[in-house]
Design a protein around this ligand. Structure first.
Ligand code: HEM
Length: 472
């Protein structure tokens, strides 16, 4: 870090050119806002401000500062209050939008319900859904059909997440129960829209989409509450499930021995799982395919590892076996370094504080540009290149630049993603399985694949051709 933060006053920071009234709102509202902010680092330096219709935000591309700030939650920093108000209006109160002592309560329960031990219990569900998608891709490969990979992975993660979250066997992969899935998509889109809206129009006037949102929320709520009732009955009839819950809802209810959580809070956390677990995992998987499609030699390497590890089956047979897929795991980590789905995080100071010498007054809003340093040669050798080998255990960190702590693809500090173990298991298994069965390449040029920011960053126009290499 070259800047001496002790000498900096936030009100004196530079700012990119913007409109004299609405400031940088047009760029920030756009689907490329992350790019606008990263480009601004080049002209303004790693610490600058932007103005969104009169509200000031400090943007930081200084990884040491961002790391410390993330660690200082929930006491000194919090998520933007707007996220909480938007979610609460939709009846969702869970770990993602809780703060302070309340967050600690939610976090303990959800982290326990997503621990490695629990993920191990959920793993057969991941395998089952992987095989369903494998079957579908085989029919695509036989037909020579190009695949909209982001869409297919989204259907996959919807199936995994609803099954693991509350035991709902949706089969979105085979386009069954499309209504439930449409409700979810409708809600996700509105969460995105409302969190960046400068004026909460829906509070004064209900547009068509606001009315549709109400209907979708009502439908999902009804379904989840019926599952809560069912899971309570199952736990009462099968006390052994307290030790071996088959899904997140059962785990949550089993952990909730003291009855600290109301049904509304249980509902809020189930919903949070759906919200947090689907788009992030499907988009990360898509970015992995984007890179592998351009590196046939890496596909072969993942395939060899798969054949060495599970020669006779379509997928790994156990959680332990999937843990041996170290190269597939490196591929996932490298894609998350170069293309994290969360490129930036926004926080707000709860109180006046000083971080690494920088004075940050109460209520300051900060945008932590986490992706920027992840792509800089200062922290990783040949930082803009896709090199999974850099994550291998045999790579000596003494002889090259490698700063894994800089990578914040799953966030950082006490609020880092509690779904990380589950997401890593889903992604490593899926990538290994696909490489074992197929060769694949982009149907369009890599430059035609673009990034879209909508709560998370996902790829647009990512079409891929799959060719089967072996049959089982
Ligand atoms: C590749 C997939 C995923 C990525 C990249 C990802 C990334 C993230 C990030 C960046 C955060 C913010 C962390 C912070 O504030 O520091 C987060 C939070 C969270 N994620 Fe994930 N996530 C993924 C999958 C999942 C899954 C599968 C689940 C659960 C089923 C999940 C549940 C959560 C929850 C509950 C939070 C809020 C934690 C809190 O506020 O304490 N995520 N995730």
């Amino acid at each position: 870090m070259l800047l001496d933060l002790r000498t900096i006053t936030l009100s004196d920071l530079p700012s990119p050119k913007g409109h004299f009234i609405i400031g940088h709102y047009p760029q920030f509202k756009s689907s490329t806002k992350h790019q606008f902010l990263e480009d601004a680092v080049l002209t303004c330096g790693p610490l600058f401000t932007i103005n969104l219709v009169g509200k000031r935000f400090v943007a930081s591309a200084i990884p040491e500062l961002n790391h410390r700030i993330l660690k200082l939650r929930p006491q000194q920093f919090r998520r933007l209050p707007k996220i909480d108000s938007v979610l609460q209006e939709m009846g969702i109160k869970g770990v993602f939008n809780a703060e302070g002592e309340d967050w600690k309560r939610h976090r303990r329960l959800t982290a326990e319900s997503l621990s490695t031990k629990k993920v191990k219990a959920y793993y057969p569900t991941v395998l089952q859904k992987c095989e369903t998608l494998l079957h579908k891709f085989k029919t695509y490969a036989t037909a020579g059909k190009q695949i909209d990979i982001q869409r297919e992975f989204m259907l996959f993660t919807i199936d995994v997440t609803t099954a693991i979250a509350f035991g709902y066997e949706l089969d979105a992969i085979n386009e069954k129960d499309a209504i439930f899935q449409q409700h979810l998509e409708q809600i996700f889109a509105m969460v995105n829209e409302r969190t960046v809206a400068p004026i909460p129009i829906w509070r004064f006037y209900k547009r068509k989409k606001d009315k549709q949102l109400q209907q979708s929320l009502h439908a999902i709520e009804k379904t989840i509450y019926s599952f809560i009732k069912h899971a309570k009955a199952t736990l009462a009839n099968h006390p052994e499930r307290h030790q071996q819950p088959t899904n997140f809802l059962e785990a949550l209810l089993a952990e909730n021995n003291e009855g600290d959580f109301s049904d509304t809070e249980v509902y809020g956390n189930i919903f949070t799982m759906l919200l947090a677990g689907e788009d992030s995992t499907s988009s990360s998987l898509s970015w992995i395919i984007y890179y592998l499609s351009q590196h046939p030699e890496m596909i072969k390497k993942v395939r060899k590892e798969a054949f060495d590890c599970y020669p006779k089956t379509a997928t790994p047979v156990s959680y332990e076996q999937h843990q041996q897929l170290s190269y597939a795991n490196s591929v996932v980590q490298e894609a998350i370094r170069l293309h994290p789905t969360t490129t930036q995080q926004i926080v707000q100071a709860n109180e006046d504080c000083t971080v690494l010498g920088l004075h940050i007054p109460k209520d300051t809003r900060l945008i932590l540009l986490n992706r920027y340093p992840q792509r800089q040669d200062e922290y990783f050798d040949k930082a803009t290149q896709f090199i999974p080998e850099r994550w291998g255990a045999d790579q000596c960190p003494m002889h090259r630049k490698h700063h894994p702590d800089i990578v914040k693809g799953f966030g950082g500090g006490p609020r880092f993603c509690p779904g990380m173990h589950l997401a890593m298991a889903e992604m490593t298994t899926m990538i290994s399985m696909l490489c074992k069965h197929f060769d694949f390449s982009l149907s369009i040029s890599p430059e035609a694949v673009t990034e879209k920011h909508s709560f998370i960053v996902y790829p647009e126009n990512l079409y891929v051709h799959f060719t089967a290499v072996s049959s089982f």
